[in-house]
Design a protein around this ligand. Structure first.
Ligand code: HSE
Length: 313
């Protein structure tokens, strides 16, 4: 038996929502799991980029394709949660989501692997159980929650380990321009520059702005959103890892139709969120700043993907 699952890319944090906000975007990975019949073949993981020419071979070569792969780890946890060991599995990953760019490529393969394996097992785990396993593998729920549910999702891992999540409607008229530079940044490195403690005023700053963001999205208030997309918990520390980040943010600061410019997840991609603003101007501004630093960029204006991971029939 063979099951394929299509999973959207995701962007986490959205400024002040560090480790708790994320939204799904219409770029996809498809994970196919097949139980092989030949005994002793173990696990086989194949990565198939959508477009061979744009994939950095080095990055693909660095992804484990055996039992150390995160997708296998997630699948193994699911099997173990029902008292089973994974059988011989062939896992194929067809990847459109750029890797190590802050667009949830690893969350997409974890979620795809889990949902496919769950189907192979006769669906013993519900959505919450799958989300818990995916969060354990990823470390935080902000990418995996929208990858499973689609849309814009607030999620939190509570102290007892349980995951709380709610889906909110993202205003249709707010454009999301995703700017993907041609350099990689691993989440581990991007997290290693964050301090263990932050000043009280920075924590309060983020609490206020996250509250504004949720209110602005819920009430479709672009004026409030323009104030909300600010962060002091992760972006300032990550600036040194993303050349051009500060210049890009500064370039849009005083543009009325730009609601905000934030790092996508742990970076290095950036999001420009705008309302009735010239999208070509956003693209040329970002392209000019990055090309002055010899950085190539792929820029797409996307709608939020309302649909989460889907089993392909
Ligand atoms: N919230 C995470 C971070 C997203 O910013 O490190 C990356 O997976």
């Amino acid at each position: 038996m063979k099951v394929s699952v299509k999973v959207p890319a995701t962007t986490a944090n959205i400024g002040p929502g560090f480790d708790c906000l994320g939204l799904a975007l219409p770029i996809y990975n498809t994970v196919t799991i097949e139980e092989t019949v030949l005994p002793g073949t173990g696990v086989e993981i194949n990565l198939m980029p959508e477009d061979e020419s744009v994939v950095d071979e080095m990055i693909f070569d660095n992804i484990p394709r055996d039992e150390n792969s995160i997708v296998y780890k997630a699948v193994e946890m699911l099997y173990n949660s029902i008292g089973q060991e994974p059988s011989e599995l062939r896992i194929n990953i067809q990847s459109q989501i750029p890797i190590t760019r802050g667009l949830g490529s690893s969350a997409a393969v974890v979620v795809g692997g889990l949902i496919a394996a769950n189907k192979l097992l006769g669906s013993p785990a519900d959505e919450t159980a799958l989300l818990s396993i995916a969060t354990e593998v990823e470390g935080h729920p902000d990418n995996v929650a929208p990858a499973i549910l689609g849309g814009f999702v607030l999620s939190s891992q509570e102290e007892d380990g349980s995951i709380t999540y709610r889906r909110l409607d993202w205003p249709d008229e707010w454009d999301i321009t995703v700017c993907i530079p041609d350099f990689e940044l691993s989440t581990n490195i991007a997290r290693s520059v964050l301090p263990k403690e932050v000043p009280m005023e920075d924590a309060v700053f983020n609490a206020k702005h996250l509250a504004m963001l949720i209110t602005a999205v819920s009430t479709n208030d672009d004026k409030l959103m323009r104030l909300a997309l600010k962060d002091k918990l992760h972006q300032p520390y990550r600036e040194k890892l993303v050349p051009g980040m500060k210049e890009i943010m500064d370039a849009f600061k005083h543009e009325d139709g730009v609601l905000g410019c934030v790092l996508s997840g742990a970076g290095p991609s950036m999001l420009v969120i705008s309302y009735k603003y010239d999208l070509d101007k956003i693209k040329s501004t970002v392209r000019d700043i990055w090309s002055a630093q010899n950085i190539k960029v792929d820029i797409k204006t996307l709608k939020v993907e309302p649909q989460g991971a889907q089993i392909l029939e």
